[in-house]
Ligand binder design. Sequence first.
Ligand SMILES: Nc1ncnc2c1ncn2[C@@H]1O[C@H](COP(=O)(O)OP(=O)(O)OP(=O)(O)O)[C@@H](O)[C@H]1O
Ligand code: SF4
Ligand SMILES: [Mg+2]
Length: 446
Amino acid sequence: MTTTVETTPTPRVTDQKVLVQVDDLKIHFPIRSGIFKTVKGTVKAVDGVSFDVRRGETLGLVGESGCGKSTIGRAMIRLREPTAGTVAFDGVDLGSLSSDALRKMRRRMQIIFQDPYGSLDPRMTVGSTVSEPIETHGLAAGQAKRDRVAELLTLVGLDPAYVNRYPHEFSGGQRQRIGVARALAVEPEFIVCDEPISALDVSIQAQVLNLLTDLRSRLGLTYLFVAHDLSVVKHISDRVAVMYLGKVVEIGPPDQLYAAPGHPYTRALLSAVPVPDPTAERKRKRVILQGDVPSPVNPPPGCRFHTRCWLYERLGQPEECRTVDPPLVAISGEHQAACHFAEESVKSDVGVAHMEERSIRHGTPTKALESLAGDAARGNGNQGDPLQTPGGAMEALAASLGAHLPSPGAPVADLGAPGSSAGVPGPDPEAPNVDPQPPAPGTRPS
Ligand SMILES: Nc1ncnc2c1ncn2[C@@H]1O[C@H](COP(=O)(O)OP(=O)(O)OP(=O)(O)O)[C@@H](O)[C@H]1O
Ligand code: SF4
Ligand SMILES: [Mg+2]
């Protein structure tokens, strides 16, 4: 019989610049059945997770469906009560706040949801949607409120003249912009972006991504950016955390995590990311994960990944993997992985493309472009290498999103509307799907 030995994680250093601190967070959902709703088990959606988000950074959070990303994101802004552990915002434990104090604190933290269709109330005009949080927090009234709504719509690239239109009159990308304007209405410091581009046409994904990254630098925001795959977060994150079955298994700066992953699961995820270089792609050693993700009701003992781990098989199924839950330990600097054989993983070449990624971009694509333009002006540019030129950076991002971007500096426009061909602009790409007769307030459009 195997027994699980819990080990003590490495103590974390408290950084003064930390805005959100997640400490040993657990969120378990009871499974009830029968007429008496007896608890039959628990879904361990998040099972002992600790990390920080620093002021002004974007922390990318990646993992397969059901691994607990959204549950963590919601708990970080106290939309979900933790079963155990704490979330501290700006040094204050959110669990210690009264409901009134929490309501005031909530103004500083917002969320942007994945589904731009479901997250907006179809009965509310754009103006009401964006002004509601302004009213709730008593930030402005009358003309000042209307001016603020117009300012917010302009900020997210929408025409303030659309203020009286309803969500169904807009494309997916435009609805997501309305969601962003609503989130920004209370001037938050921290935003959980829960897969904000996953539900959008690929032609629009990069534009919304650019909007978010641009807003981050203009307004000094801090993001938790949740995504399914590593390619999306690579170019916009200062650090990336990889989750598997309720745990963070690797965290670190993208240049280290993408070039030398310390966890076999990260390598498997990277294996699935297409590389915009056919030579590198041909040389790449891929690994395909076997089997389904185990149930979070009964996660495997020891290392949760051992039932699907290619390194465990390659090393001859070491007992330690089946019995000891590996803590996150430092590989180098800020790069940490939760694998007993992280050194073996780092040495391996599985999943990683052998291309010269000498300058993986930190921060925003815009920042990356600026720094690359600066390099070129100083004569440090590496012309000829598609990843070393400003256009190459955008093309690389576009390639990883499967989209074509407008040229840098071009006005942002959502090219696709529901039902239109992706990427093919209509007569007026910014115009919503005009319905000359918006439904009367209080009715739900079909
Ligand atoms: N309210 C709930 N009650 C019971 N189980 C839940 C609840 N919310 C989430 N879960 C379960 O918790 C686990 C984590 O869910 P979560 O939505 O956080 O995953 P995710 O990583 O965001 O997935 P996705 O990528 O599909 O959005 C899943 O097994 C899910 O079924
Ligand atoms: S601890 Fe073992 S099973 Fe887990 S990821 Fe590392 S090698 Fe694989
Ligand atoms: Mg989710």
